[in-house]
Every structure is written in structure tokens, then in C-alpha cells.
Ligand binder design. Structure first.
Ligand code: GUN
Length: 282
């Protein structure tokens, strides 16, 4: 089975568009601020895609572009300005940031109720302690949970193996799966004999940025394989961290690249913007 992230994201977007219209009828206008500092080419594309999606759904999107030499103090002042602005529901600072800026300090400065990426220590703490409160979580893992749910893949009791220990994907992904009742194993670049772990996964999540790291032989027959990778191969083609062409014959369900996890990430960001908007107006 191919997990069609693109198709699912389109269906969810249609529902969100209706929800945005309903909110606006009540005088509530969801608003997202995206701050991008410097010229990282991939970030430029991500930010443009987020903005387009927001506009398509009727969500107000403000992009704040600042030059490569923008200072940490200036960025903090910009964040504080939007923390205070009651018309803004979500603040996202695109990563990576230029080297003169301390990412940790920036993430910590975003008001936790507007932290639409779910990166702030308070929200990460809520995730890892499985808090009953509403809190935002990192958008890529959130989108993956939505896909699993829509394809009726219940993580409870299953062995989930995460490959990749990033704060954006790997770590929050493991926490979400643990909260959903999975048995979770974290692996990463230093893991010795990685295939001996991946071959035991009922649900395999791969987020390493290494093209075709996972081969068909590394996958348990029938497993669910979620490929977060977005790499360019030698011909400039977009490929994942999983050797999809061979893996699809072994996996029970698998996400393609492109058209799997990617579209769901942006849809999750928009869902989360709406959730923060609704919480702010409760
Ligand atoms: N850079 C790569 N992925 C992300 C993300 O999910 N959020 C932010 N803010 N920056 C990113």
C-alpha cells in the first residue's frame, strides 16, 4: 500500500478552508507570522510554500524577511513585538539561523501559546510528559501521526524504530509514538549495526538526510515505512532516505518521496495555526 500524503493533505486542506471561513464569520481571523533571516536556499522554498498554502486556505500569512547580518537582539525584539500582538496566533522562525544567532535563545523567546512549531522547551516538555493540556508539536511528526491514523495504522503495541535524532523530527516523533502506546527504539548516525534494529520495526520512521540509507533488506516484511528524507540524487531527482523502488515490494505500507510526508508537514502547520487560533479565542 502506498500512503498518499499528497491526496490526504488535499482533503484536509479542503476541510480547513471551510473551517477558516466559519471562524472568519465569527470575526476570528487566523494569522501566522513567518520570520526568515538570511539567504538559505532551501528555507526560501519552504517559506514560500508555507505562505502559498496559508493564502490558499484563507489564513493570513505575514513573512518577515531579514538580512543575513541581522542580530540576535534585533530578532528577539521582532519576536517580542509579535508575542504582544493579539491579532497573531502563530509565530514561526525558519531554521537554520545565521551563525551569529543562538537558535536556543530564539526558540525560547517565542510565546509558548504562539509556538506553532512546538519547538519551545515548555512545549517539548509537555510532549515528553504526555500532558493532557493542548500544546503544539513539531509539524512533520504531527503530519505522520495524522497519516497513520487515516490509514488505520495503530501504533499501540507495535515496535516503532526511529532513525535520526533531530529535534524537528526524530525526537518528537518517538515521543508521539510512545504516547500512542508504541514501543519505541531511537537509532541514529552512531548506531552500530543499524539494520539489526530497522529489521525489527513494525513502524519504521527514517529522517536522516542520507539518500537511500535504508534498503529493502533492512525492512521487516509487512512493516509501515515512513520516509522523511528529501535528498537530490546525482541526476538532481528528489529522493528519500529509503530505496523506495525496492522497499515498496517488502513494506506493507510506505510513503513515496515526493508526495508522502512533505505535503503533510505544511498541512499540519496550517492545522496547528487553526488550533492555536481556537485556543486563543476560547
Ligand atoms: N527548518 C526545517 N524544518 C523546519 C521546521 O519544521 N520549522 C522551522 N521553523 N524551520 C525548519
Amino acid at each position: 500500500m502506498i500512503i498518499d500524503g499528497k491526496g490526504l493533505s488535499n482533503r484536509l486542506d479542503r476541510n480547513m478552508k471551510i473551517e477558516v471561513q466559519a471562524l472568519k464569520k465569527r470575526g476570528i481571523e487566523p494569522k501566522l507570522v513567518v520570520i526568515i533571516v538570511g539567504n538559505d536556499p532551501a528555507s526560501q522554498i519552504y517559506v514560500r510554500n508555507k505562505h502559498r498554502k496559508a493564502v490558499k486556505l484563507g489564513i493570513t500569512s505575514i513573512i518577515e524577511r531579514r538580512p543575513e547580518d541581522f542580530t540576535q537582539a534585533e530578532l528577539l525584539a521582532l519576536i517580542y513585538q509579535y508575542n504582544q500582538d493579539e491579532t497573531v496566533h502563530g509565530i514561526l522562525v525558519q531554521l537554520p539561523l545565521p551563525k551569529q544567532i543562538d537558535e536556543t535563545a530564539i526558540i525560547r523567546a517565542i510565546a509558548i501559546e504562539k509556538d506553532v512549531d512546538g519547538f519551545s522547551p515548555a512545549n517539548v516538555g509537555r510532549l515528553f510528559s504526555n500532558s493532557h493540556e493542548h500544546y503544539p508539536v513539531s509539524c512533520t511528526p504531527k503530519g505522520i501521526m495524522t497519516m497513520l491514523s487515516h490509514y488505520q495504522i495503530d501504533p499501540a503495541g507495535q515496535h516503532a524504530v526511529i532513525v535520526g535524532d533531530s529535534n524537528i523530527v526524530g525526537r518528537p516523533m518517538g515521543a508521539l509514538l510512545l504516547n500512542a502506546g508504541a514501543t519505541v527504539t531511537y537509532t541514529h548516525i552512531l548506531t552500530a549495526d543499524l539494520p539489526s534494529f530497522t529489521r525489527t520495526a513494525d513502524i519504521l520512521i527514517v529522517a536522516t538526510g542520507v539518500a537511500h540509507l535504508i534498503k529493502a533488506a533492512d525492512i521487516k516484511p509487512g512493516a509501515t515505512v515512513i520516509d522523511v528524507g528529501m535528498n537530490r540524487d546525482e541526476n538532481g531527482r528528489l529522493v528519500g532516505d529509503v530505496d523506495y523502488e525496492h522497499a515498496k515490494d517488502v513494506a506493507g505500507a510506505i510513503t513515496p518521496v515526493p508526495g508522502g510526508v512533505g505535503p503533510m508537514t505544511i498541512t499540519s502547520l496550517m492545522q496547528q495555526t487553526l488550533e492555536l487560533t481556537k485556543v486563543a479565542n476560547r
